[in-house]
Design a protein around this ligand. Sequence first.
Ligand code: NAD
Ligand code: 6OD
Length: 486
Amino acid sequence: MQQTKVKPIDCLHFINGQFVPSLDGKTFDNINPATEEKLGTVAEGGAAEIELAVQAARKALNGPWKKMTANERIAILRKVGDLILERKEELSVLESLDTGKPTWLSGSIDIPRAAYNFHFFSDYIRTITNEATQMDDVAINYAIRRPVGVIGLINPWNLPLLLMTWKLAPALAAGNTVVMKPAELTPMTATVMAEICRDAGVPDGVVNLVHGFGPNSAGAALTEHPDVNAISFTGETTTGKIIMAAAAKSLKRLSYELGGKNPNVIFADSNLDEVIETTLKSSFINQGEVCLCGSRIYVERSAYEAFLDKFVAKTKELVVGDPFDAKTKVGALISEEHYERVTGYIKLAVEEGGTILHGGKRPAGLEKGYYLEPTIITGLTRDCRVVKEEIFGPVVTVIPFDTEEEVLEQINDTHYGLSASVWTNDLRRAHRVAGQIEAGIVWVNTWFLRDLRTPFGGMKQSGIGREGGVHSFEFYSELTNICIKL
Ligand SMILES: NC(=O)c1ccc[n+]([C@@H]2O[C@H](COP(=O)([O-])OP(=O)(O)OC[C@H]3O[C@@H](n4cnc5c(N)ncnc54)[C@H](O)[C@@H]3O)[C@@H](O)[C@H]2O)c1
Ligand SMILES: N/C(=C\C=C\C=O)C(=O)O
């Protein structure tokens, strides 16, 4: 394990502008997935801490934050983005210590995107206009926009700071106050994020942070709290169902980014070298722990063998290991529990009749840490659990197909609908196929190319609503239509 001058931090809650322990002093250990060693302790929050955070957020709604002009708020949000960039190296190391992802990845994607989320939304808020409607010479209608109120932001562990800021920036830009609940497995960058908001001039109580778990802990308390107006949640579909029930009692507004089992469809006319270069990323980047990963690969039969030969050869070159080694392409999975879950699916694949063409094992010489070889599985059919269920690890299945109709029917036969990639140089086929895929996001001849003005989210059981550009402001603000009789 390569050393770094940035040291891990103990994590306290951030409530009403102060870092505080839990009222009962409870803490839990934060573990480094790459070494299985303790990084530090985290304050374990529950209903009592959520109550204090929601009270602070409610009070701050009518404090200086509300009285600020849009320009004053925008200046603070831009400063938040600037401070994230100033602390990029520190945040990148903390993110990699928490998640096991390589530092080149946290330093090139996670942290720069976190800053950009703030810079983008602080610019974008200036473009938001409201509608006016003339009713002949009888009346004039105009809409005004106001914050929703106190918003709970609940986040997963795979892209901790990227995803927390993806919610936090527009929520603040729209004038709301928030209670952040980061994943219990990745507390450190959220803790620094609270400090950065304070240092940038965000008034006390506007941004609050409570650490803890989901069920019977801070997460559940946040979703049940009657004075929380909305929840933006990113996580597993199963968790989304539980949260919806909890939020129903106070009819909270919900924005959901949930699970996926995303197809990557490769037609024989595509450029195989280009396909392979991107498919290595869409299969294994971030240890395959990205909701958008193309974990179901479908290849037109005439290109199937050629694809497999090249894909396996290139996958074999991927270095698995120390997140602090620049050569590492695949780091450690997030936790022992997740490691068991992912390796369980690899065992199941063999039971279901699959062939492990590459990977499937702990890499030699890496006895400590949750390391797993990138894994390619063939020989499975559409009704296999490994083809249908989200694994959320460096595991892909590869299935041949013969016709467009056949592959479209297969890829849509799922309760997920988050994203897809399509590879072809046939322009009409690209548009034809992309338009028939039941997903919120379809990439053609690329993957994870992101314009933050576009609608981001899933359909079916991959999400509710869209965030990004104006869509974020549709969720993070309320409209009132005022009708003036002439
Ligand atoms: N669609 C997207 O944009 C997107 C992005 C990233 C991850 N994900 C999904 O997230 C999952 C992996 O993340 P995860 O394991 O952290 O998900 P998870 O659902 O286990 O946990 C997500 C967050 O919810 C909290 N939580 C858990 N149970 C809760 C409850 N009952 N009430 C309130 N909060 C609760 C957790 O503490 C955590 O902060 C995968 O399914 C992945 O597809 C989706
Ligand atoms: N929400 C985004 C990415 C989600 C990745 C899921 O793991 C984004 O790029 O805005």
